[in-house]
Ligand binder design. Structure first.
Ligand SMILES: Cc1cc2nc3c(=O)[nH]c(=O)nc-3n(C[C@H](O)[C@H](O)[C@H](O)COP(=O)(O)O)c2cc1C
Length: 166
């Protein structure tokens, strides 16, 4: 099996945000897909070991900041290579509140989601969520996962569903 075949699947780059006990936290994800438009429903895959997983199970709601090619890549690294168990990521990255959930300021759009179900795999949970709100914040081009790898030369940690050992 040629594992590089998975590089031909297309994704965006997002920051999932949530609020637990009055504190904002979250992580970088690429694994978001739209399931249906009516009712607006998405799916998100999160590693069992991520602090964000614990928070999503607890609060059942999250924001999705859709990053653009103009978004500061520092957010991807801060949210994607550090854990909310050890640092307050939203103290490093500017955000604004939408429906009481944190949205990265230089994102090009956002979604507000309520979890309605989940499917377990051995390493990740697929959260199914209704999209209850959302808006466009700028006209910048949304960042693709390919752009992140090829232009920004970014990497993905082992917890990302798309991780490929190099
Ligand atoms: C580009 C990129 C994409 C990622 N995609 C996912 C993903 O889809 N699901 C996931 O569980 N982790 C993903 N990760 C890894 C998490 O962001 C990372 O494990 C993070 O440190 C978890 O933080 P937490 O412990 O605060 O939740 C990705 C990381 C990067 C850099």
């Amino acid at each position: 099996m040629n594992n590089n075949v998975f590089r031909n699947l297309s994704y965006g780059v997002y920051i999932v945000g949530c609020c637990v006990d009055g504190k904002y936290t979250g992580c970088t994800v690429n694994s978001i897909m739209q399931i249906t438009s009516s009712p607006a429903t998405i799916a998100l895959s999160v590693n069992h070991g991520n602090y964000t997983h614990e928070c999503l199970e607890k609060t059942k709601e999250f924001s999705v900041s859709i990053l653009s090619e103009h978004s500061n890549p520092l957010a991807i690294g801060t949210f994607g290579f550090r854990s909310g168990r050890d640092c307050e990521k939203f103290e490093i990255i500017p955000y604004e509140l939408k429906n009481n959930l944190p949205v990265v300021k230089d994102a090009c759009a956002y979604l507000i989601c309520k979890i309605t179900g989940q499917v377990e795999t051995s390493t990740h949970t697929l959260f199914i969520a209704d999209v209850i709100d959302g808006d466009i914040l700028s006209t910048h081009q949304p960042m693709t996962y390919t752009y992140y790898h090829n232009v920004i030369k970014g990497k993905s940690p082992k917890t990302a569903p798309t991780y490929i050992e190099e």
